[in-house]
Design a binder for this molecule. Structure first.
Ligand SMILES: N[C@@H](CCC(=O)N[C@@H](CS)C(=O)NCC(=O)O)C(=O)O
Length: 215
């Protein structure tokens, strides 16, 4: 029997990556927008005591952490090879996911958007922490751009969930007006391909957000 899948997300958040992967998988699923844009709502902490989206409910079991969720979706639709085809590709996909989750998102965007996580209520340090976060984001984007030189997708020569995850952060880069197209042309080229996919269109439309993150 097909598993019952429900994604708890927030529009334009990192949960957009599993949302795209679910669309790409062809599996049936439903979604709830928890509205975590200005912080995870306290009334939903029972869903994830860590206070974060995405959360994937799989037949009543709640899975958290984007890499784990993408792993579940990929395993449920093996024919789609959402995390690569060969052993090496699967290793590369995991390498990307761990770094995007831990360094670019957790460290870079974490410091930039949520400085309190690093220095508590020491508000006098917020600007310094935000500047360090922004530098981490820019360094990470430069690294991504370099890694994508001459490559159609992040892993192998076909779309994987890593590309969906990369797309989320590209949107945020646009939101921050970091000159994504000019400064990171290989990254921009990848995103140009990603936004052509039906799965991406469906997820973006369903979330009611813009493709490029500027709205
Ligand atoms: N390590 C988690 C991080 C998830 C995360 O930070 N999600 C953000 C949205 S992009 C969130 O829920 N933020 C709520 C908050 O900061 O209070 C993952 O990869 O799933």
């Amino acid at each position: 029997m097909a598993p019952k899948l429900h994604l708890y997300m927030s529009t334009g958040a990192c949960s957009l990556a599993p949302h795209i992967a679910l669309q790409e998988s062809g599996l049936e699923f439903t979604t709830t927008d928890l509205g975590a844009k200005r912080g995870y709502p306290a009334e939903h902490l029972h869903l994830n005591p860590k206070g974060r989206v995405p959360i994937l409910d799989l037949d009543g079991e709640r899975i958290t952490e984007t890499p784990a969720i993408l792993g579940v979706i990929s395993a449920l639709a093996p024919e789609k090879k959402l995390l690569g085809s060969t052993l090496l590709e699967r290793a590369r996909a995991q390498e990307w996911l761990a770094w995007l989750c831990g360094t670019l998102h957790g460290q870079g965007f974490g410091a930039l958007f949520r400085p309190a996580r690093f220095v508590g209520d020491k508000e006098e340090l917020y600007d310094v922490i935000k500047a360090i976060g922004l530098q981490c984001v820019k360094n990470s984007f430069a690294y991504i751009n370099e890694k994508l030189e001459g490559k159609p997708f992040a892993v192998g020569d076909a779309f994987t969930a890593v590309d969906a995850y990369l797309y989320v952060f590209y949107r945020w880069g646009n939101m921050l007006r970091l000159g994504m197209k000019e400064n990171y042309p290989n990254y921009a080229r990848l995103v140009d391909e990603v936004v052509k996919l039906d799965s991406v269109r469906k997820a973006v439309d369903a979330e009611g957000i813009s493709f490029d993150g500027t709205l």
